[in-house]
Structures are given as C-alpha cells and as structure tokens.
Design a protein around this ligand. Structure first.
Ligand code: NAP
Length: 258
C-alpha cells in the first residue's frame, strides 16, 4: 500500500570514528563509561593516576574487540592535563568523571579537606574541560562534554557540605560552558547519579544505618549500579542528544523527586 506517512528515523547512538577521553577510568563509574563508549564504537582513552588500573581496563576493552588506550594522568596537575590533551587530542567526547569525597560534619571540615575535594571535583574538572574544548575549537570540531556531577549537585545532605558545594559548582559550570561553547557546536551536560555502588561508596555502606537511610530516600528501593548510568552516557555522547546542552540528567531512582 502506498502511504504518505513519513516515519521518524531512529536516532543514532553509535560513536564510530569518535575519540573519547574518560578521566578516573580505572574503576567505578569511569570504567563503566569507558567500556560503554567503546562498545558504541568510540576509540577511548582511559586516564587515572594509577597506570596499572587503566592499562588493564584498556587491554580488556581491546580484548573484547573494541578500541582503547590508556595513560597515567593526575587531573590536578593542570600543566600535565594541558600538554596531554594538546598532544593526544582533540577528543570528540569527554567524560569528566574523576572525583572524590571525604564525608564528615560541616563543623569539622578542615581547609585541607576542602582544598583536596575542590581541587579534583571543581578545579581539575574545569581545566580538563577547558583543554578539551580548546583543542576542539582549534580543530573546528563539534563535541560533547559530560560532567559527572551528582544528585548532590541538586540537593543537600548531612556530612556532605564540601561535596555538595563542589557538585553544585559543577552544575553551574556546565550551564555556563554550554552557553559559551554552543556557537562551536560543543554540547555540555552533566550526569547526576544517586548513590552508586563503587569503590568510592563501598566504605560508606559498611554503616548499616547509613545504607538504610539512603535506601529510604531512593524511591525505587535500590542502590545504583554502574550499569544504570551507561545508557545515559551513550545518549549524552551521541547525536541522539544533539539538541541537549546546559542541562543535567538526573539518575537518582526518584531521590530528588520529593
Ligand atoms: P571511584 O570508585 O573512587 O573512582 C574514582 C576514579 O577516579 C578512579 O579511577 C581514580 O583512580 C580516579 N581519580 C581519583 N583522583 C584522580 C586524579 N587526581 N586524577 C586522575 N584520576 C583520579 O569513584 P566513583 O564512585 O566511580 O565516582 C566517579 C565520579 O562519579 C566522581 O566524580 C563522583 O563524585 C561521581 N559520583 C559518584 C557517585 C557514587 O555513588 N559512586 C554518585 C554520584 C556521583 P586513581 O586513584 O588511580 O587516580
């Protein structure tokens, strides 16, 4: 039967021919992001301070038949970040993931705690994104920058004043970068997960009362797993999200809905 109906094309979630940089890719969310980007066809560079972790992860991705390499990088060393990205870039996709936390009461936070968390979660994230954007602009290439924020970039929580400070800052950085980089077709979004079981959160959940409290706030009744974030990573990296910039994709099982 002849029809005049024009059916909408499915968007492409493929990343063939794209290069991706994932910071903090040795374990946890970064490793999952690197793996899924490579599955979608990207050539992924994994970085962390621990060279062995990222080398092993990249080797596992290559053994699966996908494309990956790895190198050691401390994202707090801004000179090293700039030269690594200038030499190895441009990267079409950045997963700006390296981050940390030292939970504790507000009144006990030291300057050293504050500077340590802020130096990774804000300062390093800012300059990694700047270096990636600079090399894309110089190469006149579009791109997608994904800042790994947190639900704690949208709400507050006890014992997390510094972490919330840094993740709210990352949300502001995402919006401002998106505005400035849109003329270059570089999209900038954040991904804001709830508590996900990773090496970072493992010690937190050894406290049963904390675990119970967290589960009471996640409406879907379970902790996040790294797999819960992988669809969103590919979506934000790919043309499937081509009109999205300056926003935050919250994957929190309903925590912030109430
Ligand atoms: P993780 O298990 O502690 O892994 C952190 C990764 O970052 C490791 O590969 C670590 O490797 C690397 N890293 C740490 N400091 C670094 C530095 N200075 N330079 C380069 N790499 C560095 O953490 P995660 O739980 O996967 O968290 C990843 C991101 O997601 C963070 O931004 C975190 O705030 C965010 N997030 C996590 C959760 C959660 O519940 N897990 C929830 C919301 C948001 P090296 O130590 O070898 O450098």
């Amino acid at each position: 039967m002849n029809t005049k109906v024009e059916l909408t094309q499915s968007p492409s979630f493929r990343l063939d021919g794209k290069r991706a940089l994932v910071t903090g890719a040795g374990r946890g969310i970064g490793l999952a992001a690197a793996s899924v980007l490579a599955s979608a066809g990207a050539n992924v560079s994994l970085v962390a301070r621990g060279e062995k972790d990222v080398e092993e992860a990249a080797a596992a991705i290559r053994a699966r038949g996908d494309k990956a390499d790895a190198f050691a990088l401390d994202v707090r060393d801004i000179d090293a970040v700039r030269s690594a990205i200038a030499v190895r870039g441009p990267f079409d996709v950045l997963v700006n993931n390296a981050g940390t936390n030292r939970p504790g009461p507000f009144v006990d936070v030291t300057e050293e705690d504050f500077d340590f968390i802020a130096s990774i979660n804000i300062r390093a994230a800012f300059f990694v994104a700047q270096a990636v954007a600079k090399s894309l602009i110089a190469a006149k290439r579009p791109g997608s920058i994904i800042n790994i924020s947190s639900q704690m970039g949208h709400v507050g929580a006890a014992r997390r004043t510094v972490y919330c400070t840094t993740k709210h800052a990352l949300e502001g950085m995402t919006k401002a970068m998106a505005v400035e980089l849109a003329p270059h077709q570089i999209r900038v979004n954040s991904l804001a997960p709830t508590f996900v079981e990773t090496p970072m959160t493992k010690p937190f959940f050894q406290n049963e009362a904390f675990r119970t409290d967290v589960l009471s706030k996640i409406k879907l009744g379970r902790l996040g797993q790294v797999e819960d974030l992988t669809g969103a990573v590919v979506f934000l990296a790919s043309d499937a999200s081509s009109l999205m910039t300056g926003t935050s994709l919250i994957i929190d099982g309903g925590w912030t809905a109430e």
